[in-house]
Design a protein. Structure first.
Length: 217
């Protein structure tokens, strides 16, 4: 297995390889993991595939988590790897730390994770622990370092999300107002303000799905 073959297999499952790293003794990973790979939605093909799935159409709770369990689990079986997920209850796996270890995902000025291609729309559907140590490509530079305006710092309409912190309650309260409808239906204004996010191809309906879940609808 090499990097390009891994990307091709992931793409066939509507997933994207967001980055990877070779664990050290200090990393919290399953025993025998030689390469850890982070997976996210392969945009824009992911959303049409997901809404056509049985998990989305059966009306049961947590459709995206159930889809991820099935699809990432199937990919793990193909690769003789171990699948790990950012959901499912405590103790949670340290996906934020793992993301930073890849060198392709960074802490943005507002401390949300930012990816060199997905921008602030980066999200994880699972991870793969490979038994082999596969070569990894060099990581691109942090896009925030060459972003002259860093619009994420001031994009929140109510100042709930800034470099100084995140007022989660204030954010959710805003989504309940008429003015908050834009964030609720199109996605977080801060995430959308990122120039890299704007090139990513995230479908607004997908952002609306996540915003409703965040709000608790």
């Amino acid at each position: 297995m090499n990097w390009d073959a891994l990307k091709t297999k992931a793409c066939a499952h509507h997933l994207s390889v967001l980055g990877g790293f070779h664990p050290s003794a200090d990393d919290i990973v399953p025993q025998g993991c030689q390469t850890l790979i982070l997976l996210g939605p392969n945009e824009p093909a992911f959303w049409p595939a997901f809404i056509a799935s049985g998990e989305y159409t059966d009306g049961a709770a947590n459709p995206l988590d159930r889809w991820s369990t099935r699809v990432v689990g199937a990919l793990a079986q193909e690769l003789n790897a171990t699948a790990l997920y950012p959901f499912g209850g405590a103790p949670y796996h340290p996906f934020y730390t793992w993301a930073l270890r890849t060198g392709r995902i960074h802490a943005s000025p507002i401390n949300f994770l930012v990816h060199d291609r997905a921008g602030l729309f980066v999200s994880f559907r699972g991870a793969l622990c490979l038994k082999d140590k596969i070569p990894l490509p060099a990581a691109p530079p942090n896009p925030c370092l060459t972003c002259p305006d860093q619009p994420c710092r001031t994009a929140c309409p109510v100042g709930a999300l800034t470099p100084e912190g995140y007022d989660v309650v204030g954010c959710k309260d805003y989504l309940d107002t008429a003015a908050g409808a834009d964030c609720l239906t199109s996605g977080c204004a801060v995430r959308r303000a990122c120039p890299v996010s704007q090139r990513f191809g995230r479908i607004p309906a997908q952002s609306a799905f996540h915003m409703r879940a965040f709000k608790g609808d």
